[in-house]
Design a protein around this ligand. Structure first.
Ligand SMILES: Nc1ncnc2c1ncn2[C@@H]1O[C@H](COP(=O)(O)OP(=O)(O)OP(=O)(O)O)[C@@H](O)[C@H]1O
Ligand SMILES: [Mg+2]
Length: 422
C-alpha cells in the first residue's frame, strides 16, 4: 500500500521588519508633476467634466487621419463657408469620387457641380441652424448602375454650442437594400405561394370531376343520345368549350403548384450557354418576325451549374418571351453569360419600354400581368423565381423606363469535379 502523502503545511509568518522608507530627492520634473496634479485636482473640484476632458491625452493627428481614412464610409467635413476641410480615402472611390488633393480648401459646390445645389444647401443650412443630425437617402445612376446611399450630416459644435462644421458620412447601402428586398420578396412569395397552392389543391378535384363529366356527355352526344335534338350541334360546341376551358384551368393550377418544387428533382452539371442558345434558337423565327435583333455574348470559361435542364429551359423561355412581348414593334435583345466569383450570371437585356417603379415590387407575384385579359396569366416571372431560388440562385430585374429592362439570373457554379491523377 502506498504511504499516505504528506500535506504541505502552510505557515503564516508575522512580518519581521517594518516597511523601509526610501528617500527620493525632489527633481524639477517631479515638482512640476506635483504642481500639475494639484492644479488638476483644483480644476476638477471646480468643473469635474471639463477637467477630465482637459486631462485626456491628445489623439495623435496621424492616427486620427488613418482612422478617418480606414472607415468603410465616405466622409468629408465642411465649415460654415462650405469650404472642404477633410475628405477621406473612401470618398475618393466610387462613381462620384474625387481625389482629396483636388478638393481640400475648395468650395463644396465648386467641386461637385452635379450636386443638386439647392437641396444639399438646404440640408446643410438645416444642420447649421438646428445643430441636429440629419439623415437622407440618396439614389444615383440608373438600371444596373443604380446605387443607394444613406447620407448622414453630423454637426460639430464649439464650446459655446454653435455649429462650426458639418461632417457628411455617405454609406453605400445598395447591397444591404438588395438583400432586404430579396428577403422581403421571398417571404412574400412564400406566403402567396402557400395560399396559391392551397387553392390549387382544393380546385384540382372539382376540376377533374367537371372535365370527366364534360367528356362523358360529349361522348354520349356523339353516339345517339342527342339524335332527336334540333340544336345538338350547338350543344356539342358548348361542351367542347367547357372541356377546353377546364383543361386550361387545370394547366394553370398545375403551373401554380410547380412553385413548391420537388427538391428531389434530378440535377446534372449543365452548361447554361448550350441551354440558352437552344432556347434562343427555338425563338429565332419569332424574333425575326417581330424585328428584334438578337446578340449573344458568352464567357469562354464558364463553369457548369448543378441544375435541372428542363427547368432552366422554362426560365430562359419565360424571360426571352417577356423581352419579345415588351418589344412588339421591334427592338433588341442582348444575352450574356459570365462568371462572377462563385456564380454563373446570365443577363437578358432588352430595349423595351422598361417597367414603371410601381410595378417592380409586384413582378414576382403570381397573376401579376399588364397583358390584356386572356393573353397570359402572369405566371412567367413567378415560376422563374421559384425555379431559380430552388437552385440556390437569384433572379433580379433592373429596369429604366424608356431605356429597357435587364433580367439577371445568378446561379451558383457547380463544385469542381475531383480528378484522381495516376
Ligand atoms: N422585359 C420586360 N419588359 C417590360 N415589362 C416586363 C418585362 N418582363 C416582365 N415585364 C412585366 O412584368 C409582368 C409580369 O411578367 P410575367 O412573365 O410574370 O407575366 P406575363 O408575361 O404578363 O404573363 P405570362 O408570362 O404568364 O404569359 C408583365 O406583364 C410585364 O408587365
Ligand atoms: Mg411572361
Amino acid at each position: 500500500m502506498a504511504a499516505p502523502r504528506k500535506r504541505p503545511r502552510l505557515r503564516l509568518r508575522k512580518p519581521t521588519a517594518k516597511p523601509t522608507r526610501v528617500h527620493v530627492p525632489k527633481t524639477a520634473y517631479s515638482r512640476r508633476r506635483a504642481k500639475a496634479a494639484t492644479r488638476a485636482a483644483a480644476a476638477e473640484a471646480a468643473d469635474p467634466d471639463g477637467a477630465r476632458r482637459a486631462a485626456r491625452p491628445a489623439v495623435d493627428g496621424d492616427l486620427t487621419a488613418s482612422i478617418v481614412d480606414s472607415l468603410p464610409v465616405g466622409l468629408y467635413v465642411i465649415d460654415r463657408n462650405y469650404t472642404i476641410l477633410c475628405w477621406n480615402r473612401t470618398r475618393e472611390a466610387g462613381p462620384l469620387g474625387l481625389l482629396r488633393e483636388d478638393v481640400i480648401g475648395k468650395n463644396l459646390f465648386a467641386v461637385l457641380p452635379s450636386l443638386k445645389r439647392s437641396r444639399v444647401a438646404a440640408e446643410f443650412r438645416q444642420v447649421f441652424a438646428r445643430g441636429r443630425i440629419l439623415q437622407v437617402e440618396e439614389e444615383t445612376g440608373s438600371g444596373a448602375e443604380r446605387r443607394h446611399y444613406r447620407i448622414t450630416k453630423v454637426p460639430v459644435k464649439n464650446a459655446s454650442g454653435a455649429v462650426t462644421h458639418v461632417i457628411t458620412v455617405g454609406e453605400d447601402t445598395t447591397e444591404r437594400r438588395r438583400m432586404e428586398q430579396q428577403l422581403f420578396t421571398s417571404d412574400k412569395l412564400a406566403s402567396i405561394g402557400r395560399l396559391a397552392e392551397g387553392i390549387a389543391h382544393e380546385l384540382n378535384n372539382p376540376m377533374a370531376a367537371i372535365a370527366s363529366a364534360a367528356e362523358a356527355v360529349l361522348r354520349r352526344s356523339q353516339a345517339s343520345d342527342f339524335a332527336g335534338l334540333a340544336d345538338a350541334g350547338e350543344l356539342r360546341v358548348l361542351l367542347r368549350i367547357i372541356e377546353e376551358e377546364v383543361y386550361r384551368c387545370k394547366g394553370i393550377i398545375g403551373r401554380l403548384s410547380d412553385f413548391s418544387r420537388d427538391p428531389g428533382v434530378e440535377r446534372d452539371r449543365v452548361d447554361v450557354r448550350e441551354v440558352l442558345d437552344s432556347v434562343a434558337g427555338m425563338l429565332a423565327h419569332q424574333m425575326k418576325q417581330r424585328g428584334v435583333a438578337l446578340t449573344v455574348a458568352h464567357a469562354p470559361d464558364l463553369p457548369p451549374v448543378l441544375a435541372n435542364e428542363g427547368e432552366l429551359r422554362q426560365v430562359f423561355l419565360a424571360l426571352i418571351l417577356n423581352a419579345l412581348e415588351a418589344q412588339p414593334r421591334g427592338g433588341a435583345l442582348h444575352l450574356t453569360t459570365r462568371r462572377a466569383g462563385g456564380e454563373v450570371v446570365l443577363e437578358f437585356a432588352d430595349r423595351g419600354p422598361g417597367i414603371p417603379p410601381e410595378h417592380r415590387a409586384r413582378l414576382f407575384e403570381p397573376f401579376f400581368t399588364t397583358k390584356p385579359p386572356g393573353q397570359g396569366p402572369g405566371l412567367g416571372l413567378y415560376i422563374s423565381y421559384g425555379i431559380v431560388t430552388a437552385h440556390g440562385g437569384h433572379l433580379e430585374v433592373d429596369s429604366t423606363v424608356g431605356a429597357g429592362t435587364t433580367v439577371r439570373v445568378r446561379l451558383p457554379a457547380a463544385p469542381a469535379l475531383l480528378t484522381h491523377a495516376g
